[in-house]
Design a protein around this ligand. Structure first.
Ligand code: C2O
Length: 350
């Protein structure tokens, strides 16, 4: 059977799913009075997500204004599910065992990572996050930028996140990795920019093309009702996705049971605004794998255990809605798409 939507009324303590260690984080969502089966609303204009390093002044100004409005809710209405910390806590709750699996599996932590739920969960998460941002600034075309780390021009922390006066800034990052430092997707430890660019391109080629011989190699291993957490992530989740989290987060403990904040740990990753911009690119890589990469492998898993896996999110109208993994495969049907940019890794065979 598919994994069912969690029961928010039973939300418990956040802990490390692998070790059980309790975390100093409270991440349960507000309780709703009802749950609505989500219907994708009609839209007139497709939201076009821009590359963060190419976003126009106007796009950046809107983004900053929307994130500031979200942050303001933390102080004015801390229980508002659209607030910045509430949004960050979604990640903690779905990834640090605050939610158990529903059914007769309440001893099993729900963990959406390291499995085939990774892409659909994060797509829906960003979908509502983007709609909330747009609605806070009354712009139904607002689109979340993507961190274009698969292109050499995007292989630094996007400069818009690097100004301490901006609402897009986060203090808890590795101070070495701002400015012109090149991302290290392969944990190589190299400091040679040309070497890093070459490593990054070849590892993206590998995780998108060369090392993928089955659908689950790319999307992750089956995770169903009753499955133990973390059956195994897909090539992209395990590769560039994790590489960026690790690269951005601090490498020093920030307190007892506090490591790698903010980006390098599940419970805190969503507290860095760059998380959503990073995941916008992770999501974009999924669209490129489906639309651009040429292969005979089926692009989508057709098992009902996958298609009918469920999640709950608060939408931009503060309604708690239930969505299914199988309803999110086509981003254009959800009302957004990505600006086209070069794919220099696509024919990168070192
Ligand atoms: Cu939910 Cu990038 O992790």
């Amino acid at each position: 059977d598919p994994v069912q939507a969690p029961d928010f009324t039973k939300c418990g303590d956040a802990h490390d799913v692998a070790t059980g260690a309790l975390l100093d984080a409270k991440c349960c969502p507000p309780l709703p009075d009802k749950i609505i089966d989500y219907e994708i609303p009609k839209f007139e204009v497709l939201r076009k997500r821009p590359a963060a390093h190419m976003a126009s002044k106007e796009q950046v100004a809107k983004y900053e204004k929307a994130i500031q409005a979200m942050r303001d809710l933390d102080t004015s209405h801390p229980e508002d599910p659209r607030g910045f910390m509430q949004q960050a806590n979604i990640h903690c709750a779905y990834c640090n065992g605050a939610h158990d699996q529903v059914g007769n599996y309440d001893k099993l932590d729900l963990q959406v990572h390291n499995s085939w739920l990774f892409f659909p969960f994060h797509r829906w998460y960003l979908y509502f996050y983007e709609r909330i941002l747009g609605s806070l600034i009354n712009d139904p075309t607002f689109a979340l930028p993507f961190w274009n780390w698969d292109n050499p021009k995007g292989m630094t922390l996007p400069p818009i996140f690097d100004k301490s006066s901006s609402p897009l800034y986060d203090e808890k990052r590795d101070p070495k990795n701002n400015g012109s430092a090149i991302v290290d997707l392969t944990f190589s430890g190299s400091t040679d920019p040309l070497q890093l660019v070459a490593n990054n391109l070849s590892s993206i080629y590998s995780e998108m093309v060369r090392s993928v011989s089955t659908t689950t190699d790319f999307v992750g291993k089956p995770y169903c009702a009753g499955s133990k957490p973390s059956p195994g992530g897909g090539s992209s989740e395990n590769g560039s996705h994790t590489g960026i989290h690790w690269w951005v987060g601090t490498k020093e403990p920030t307190g007892p049971n506090k490591f790698n904040e903010d980006m390098g740990n599940f419970y805190s990753a969503g507290r860095d605004p760059v998380f959503y911009c990073h995941h916008s690119n992770v999501d974009r890589m999924w669209t490129i794998w489906r639309d651009v990469v040429q292969t005979d492998i089926p692009k989508d898993i057709t098992s009902s255990n996958y298609l009918n896996a469920e999640f709950l999110f608060y939408d931009e109208n503060k309604r708690l809605v239930r969505v299914k993994a199988g309803d999110c495969f086509d981003q254009r049907k959800l009302g957004y798409d990505y600006d086209r940019v070069d794919l220099p890794w696509l024919n990168y065979r070192p």
